[in-house]
Design a binder for this molecule. Structure first.
Ligand code: SAH
Length: 346
């Protein structure tokens, strides 16, 4: 049964994307199956209206598992002596970009731990890839000084992904050893100022997170007008301090995806690898709840497993960017597969 208070609440958020915290909490929480279905249907409708009924592709290359940070949730944290560390050479990264390009995909996402790699090395890789292919380059290598972000932008980088993880300063501090929310948000502002298409987001279900905090995160995302927004469930890693914490709730995650779609409308929203790495693959569900990006993994086979931010990563068992399976995912969600660069819609 769809309750009138639910319909009214949903209509308010659809009419005015500057939704109130109270309305967002209501929609994250107290809704039944029929209401949740309607929330997802409306999010998919808004997605189709603002972005087109398509699923776009970004090729992901995880180029280093070295990390100088010790985020309590992440398997790559520097105190995890069981983590296998690797670093791809510039030639290997450029070769991975060729694979992405040859698959017809026109964006590459280069991600790593906070490796501390010399900025010029990354700039050279960006420059080499740009010289070879007319493809968009997204970097996701964590917090760096403004001069590094500027150097990479000058070398040709187009986009940057940096999740804020939580806009609540206390929760942020409890998840990150010796780091502050302030510096993370400062990095995001710098990236936007430098003209990067900027992506952010958070994990759902980190210990201590409340619905209020999720609602605040969703409002913050809309206010910052990010070009891309990635969220996924927290998945406990056995070799981290949070090993015994429960995983994030997938249904809450999907409702958050839908609400981000309603409030941030024309942002690109991936059906993330974490969403695909639970008891079953929920990526189609995420696409049906308003997501519209898939990030097939192009890291060399032996390193996919070593980039162990959480256990059970879907891509470890998957063949790289199997075109049929990407087509299947899109079709199952009623979307067409789109190979364009998909620059910002903002
Ligand atoms: N070093 C880069 C990339 C981090 S990995 C950076 O700092 O931005 C990319 C994302 O994976 C993180 O932002 C985090 O949101 C997510 N992540 C890390 N550990 C996770 C876990 N245990 N469960 C779910 N998501 C996780």
């Amino acid at each position: 049964m769809i309750r009138p208070e639910f319909s009214n609440c949903l209509s308010r958020v659809i009419e005015n994307p500057k939704a109130t915290e109270t309305d967002l909490i209501f929609l994250l929480d107290t809704i039944n199956q029929k209401e949740q279905d309607l929330l997802f249907t409306e999010a998919a409708r808004i997605r189709n209206q603002y972005c087109g009924a398509r699923m776009i592709l970004r090729g992901l290359v995880e180029f280093s598992s070295y990390c100088g940070n010790s985020c309590f949730y992440c398997g790559l944290n520097r105190t995890n002596s069981r983590a296998e560390r690797y670093r791809l050479s510039p030639d290997q990264i450029v070769e991975s970009a060729r694979l992405v390009w040859n698959a017809g995909i026109k964006t590459i996402v280069l991600q790593s731990g906070e490796d501390g790699m010399e900025a010029q090395v990354i700039a050279d890789v960006v420059y080499r890839i740009k010289a070879e292919h007319d493809m968009a380059i997204t970097l996701s290598v964590g917090e760096r000084p403004r001069k590094d972000y500027a150097l990479w932008k000058d070398a040709g980088a187009d986009r940057y992904l940096l999740r804020f993880e939580s806009t609540n300063p206390e929760l942020y501090a409890s998840l990150h050893n010796g780091r502050t929310l302030e510096t993370r948000l400062q990095c995001l502002d710098t990236l936007q100022e430098l003209g990067y298409q900027t992506g952010s987001g958070f994990m759902v279900g980190t210990p201590g997170q409340t619905l209020e905090i999720i609602a605040q995160d969703i409002r913050f995302l809309a206010q910052k007008n990010y070009d891309m927004i990635g969220i996924g469930p927290f998945i406990p890693h056995p070799d981290t301090p949070l090993r015994n914490a429960p995983a994030g709730d997938i249904h809450l995650t999907l409702r958050a995806v839908a609400l981000i779609r309603l409030t941030s409308r024309n942002a690109w929203l991936p059906a993330t690898t974490a969403v695909g790495s639970l008891d079953r693959d929920y990526r189609v569900d995420a696409l049906q709840a308003g997501a519209n990006v898939l990030m097939p993994n192009f890291s060399p086979l032996d390193v996919k497993r070593k980039y162990g931010i959480y256990p059970g990563k879907r891509c470890v068992t998957e063949t790289t960017a199997d075109t049929d399976s990407m087509e299947d995912l899109a079709r199952a969600a009623g979307l067409t597969l789109d190979y364009s660069r998909a620059d910002t819609l903002k």
